[in-house]
Design a protein around this ligand. Sequence first.
Ligand code: F6R
Ligand code: MG
Ligand code: MG
Length: 365
Amino acid sequence: MHLTLSVIKADIGGYVGHSESHPEVMARATECMAKAKQEGLLIDYHVTKCGDDLELVMTHQQGENNERIHRLAWDTFVSGTEVAKKLKLHGAGQDLLASAFSGNVKGMGPGVAEMEFTERVAETVIIFMADKTSSGAWNMPLYKMFADPFNTIGLVIAANMHCGFSFEVHDVKGSKKITFCTPDEIYDLLVFIGAASRYMVKAVYHRDSKEIAAVSSTQKLAFIAGRYVGKDDPVCIVRSQGEFPAVGEVLEPFASPILVEGWMRGSHMGPLMPVAVCDSTPSRFDGPPRVISLGFQLSGGKLVGPRDMFDDKAFNLARHQANEMADMMRRHGPFEPHRLPLEEMEYTTMPQVMEKLADRFVDID
Ligand code: F6R
Ligand code: MG
Ligand code: MG
């Protein structure tokens, strides 16, 4: 069966502050999704949240970038925003940057990851969703999953994976894309994806079968709005098992927390903490950034699941380490490398201060 799996998300109001999504907003979204399923547009859906982001997971047969699916997501966010406004949630409708829907939600605020494929005999997918960070946060985890044999032993010992994977990388500032084949080109690849605020892994493909293996959202809210309106809080879909990394290989990168950009006011580096859905409630200094992962088996497009994959004691140490890293970073207060470098601050809170002081800067003799 040929299917499309779409994950479309938006922050349409926080409860309390930017720390969580309100159950009534999620209930409204569920109503909208149920109606679309009843009408036959969706095969199945799952509504969840990561922090203050409302996440719509949908299966259908309309293909990627489909106007009806994108309109459904947009209308769901608009409808949820009505509830958020009624409850006076914080930042109600925050990510709906356009005044009206115009064919595709990309470029209008919401984040989008979609993939089209023929469902395998057993189709295992893991969906990652993050809050208080930006799309580049997936670069290192995707690299580890699909190109690092210290993470994914299958690259070495599984015949169906030994050929490697290709990475489609987007330059989100230059609006260009390029594809690298691994393992041959890992050094070239790393030159770019190591700069995760500009170069982002958009998709990964199996080199032999050409099958799509992973896809991420790379929408940059600051570029769309031209100013800071919240971080992108990205999503990523990964196919698993068989010719793709096993579930444990897909989750393994998150066992060693890394520093990502985001956190308070989208202007800081902080650890990405893997948590269960119920713990995706960034509170300390509006963070630290969180990532959740939901696992599904697909059956004729039905979403069998989810299993809350980080709701596992094996990730306790990673959470503990992330909290230690958070302490270490917080010690720097307003200093780099906790605070983002100037170039990134351009899209956050810095421009007004620079403008105010511009004529007080004089030449050094
Ligand atoms: C980060 C984030 C929060 C807000 C902060 C100020 O992505 O959402 O840290 O930036 O709470 O929020 P406002 O400006 O809405 O009062
Ligand atoms: Mg928010
Ligand atoms: Mg958010």
